[in-house]
Design a protein around this ligand. Structure first.
Ligand SMILES: *Cc1c(COP(=O)(O)O)cnc(C)c1O
Length: 379
């Protein structure tokens, strides 16, 4: 029996050729292809600036650094997210404050954030979980007039849209991931998009050891002697030109990836919505998610536990995955273990992610549907 993976990147000869061309050019570190990828990415999400980095984790970290968040500051985050969302708050010495999520979307909302805002809140990391756009307008209205930054964790959301605009359009600060578990991939890789030119210039320095002139720019000056300065303590968070070459090709394929994923999800919804004990992630009418993750939640009417369901699916060669993790339940954040986050706990314990990938065949989709339906009818 052939195994159906939960996700598979959509890579082909075009990406292989683009990577090979970067290698043949002799310039493999951050260089012209990174610049080209940044320009195209900024345009595709409707941002004034894009700064490529090594991952979304490093993008989030630099986002907090450039905004001046540090010790004594509180940063509101969802516990229900990949752990990097919380870890970056620790990187800058600030204090993570967990807010619960809306159980229908797995996203923070102004209503879940409001109760945890204090005088020390300096930022909110708003995750577009699984590619489902969070209500940015609502959260903006909550913090209007206050010195609270909204840093969007758009790791999963490349290609998602809200109110007919791409996620990221006009964002103060958004961080993106190009890990293969997302849609557009460069192996590892990330991006910061933003509006402020001064912050963009500082981010370019911070990703490259705090240097006032990039290695690529120095190289482009030929024989002229340029002595770089190190203006502040920076990092090595650069993307390579080999990664950017792949990213440029992937970005052109992104609209097709989103369309295909939405077709698959539509079939899942038609077949699974209405099954007793199972609900699917809710997409409001003004949204067009990329469905980086399509999750379903089980309740007490479902005949099997979530883990039993995962095991039965695995036995049938279907690689579903547990739902999104909850950072506050992990040993690294044990001090928050009894935080009152009911929707987060319900989702992390009772949801699971079904396989969705570009190359999925009609037979594979049908097999997933048939198997899930049959599990719902057991017991
Ligand atoms: C994947 C993911 C990250 C981390 O992205 P990397 O590029 O692997 O560092 C951060 N936040 C969320 C919500 C993610 O899904």
């Amino acid at each position: 029996m052939e195994t159906i993976p939960v996700m598979k990147p959509w890579l082909g000869d075009e990406e292989a050729e683009a990577a090979a061309a970067a290698v043949r050019s002799g310039w493999v570190a951050q260089g012209p292809r990174v610049g080209h990828f940044e320009t195209e990415f900024a345009e595709s999400v409707g941002a004034s600036h894009a700064v490529a980095v090594s991952s979304c984790t490093t993008a989030l970290h630099l986002g907090l650094v450039v905004a001046g968040i540090g010790p004594g500051d509180e940063v509101v985050v969802p516990s229900l997210s990949f752990v990097a969302t919380t870890n970056v708050v620790r990187y800058v010495g600030a204090t993570p404050v967990f807010a619960d999520v809306d159980v229908r979307t797995a996203n923070l909302t102004q209503d879940t954030i409001a109760p945890v805002i204090t005088d020390r809140t300096r930022a909110i990391i708003l995750v577009h979980q699984g590619g489902m756009p969070a209500d940015l307008a609502g959260v903006r209205s909550l913090v209007a007039g206050r010195d609270i930054l909204i840093l969007e964790d758009a790791a999963c959301a490349a290609g998602s849209r809200a109110d007919n605009h791409p996620v990221g359009s006009g964002s103060d600060l958004a961080a993106w991931s190009f890990h293969p578990r997302k849609l557009l991939t460069t192996g590892e890789g990330g991006m910061v998009t933003l509006e402020r030119a001064d912050w963009a210039a500082r981010l370019r320095r911070l990703r490259e050891h705090g240097m006032d002139v990039s290695a690529a720019d120095r190289h482009a000056q030929g024989n002229k002697v340029i002595l770089e300065k190190y203006l502040e303590v920076g990092f090595n968070y650069r993307m390579t030109d080999v990664q950017a070459a792949i990213g440029i090709v992937q970005l052109r394929k992104l609209p097709q990836m989103v369309d295909r994923r939405r077709e698959i999800v539509q079939q899942y919804r038609e077949a699974l919505d209405g099954l007793a004990g199972l609900t699917t992630v809710v997409e409001a009418d003004n949204l067009r998610a990329n469905y980086q993750s399509f999750w379903v939640k089980l309740d007490e009417r479902w005949p099997l536990s979530r883990n039993e369901t995962l095991e039965r699916l695995a036995a049938q060669g279907i690689q579903a995955r547990r739902g999104i993790m909850a950072a506050h339940l992990e040993p690294a954040y044990a001090e928050f273990g009894d935080a009152d986050l009911p929707a987060t706990v319900d989702l992390t314990n009772n949801s699971l992610i079904l396989p969705v990938f570009h190359q999925m065949t009609a037979d594979q989709i049908e097999r997933v549907i048939r198997t899930v339906r049959s599990l719902g009818a057991t017991g």
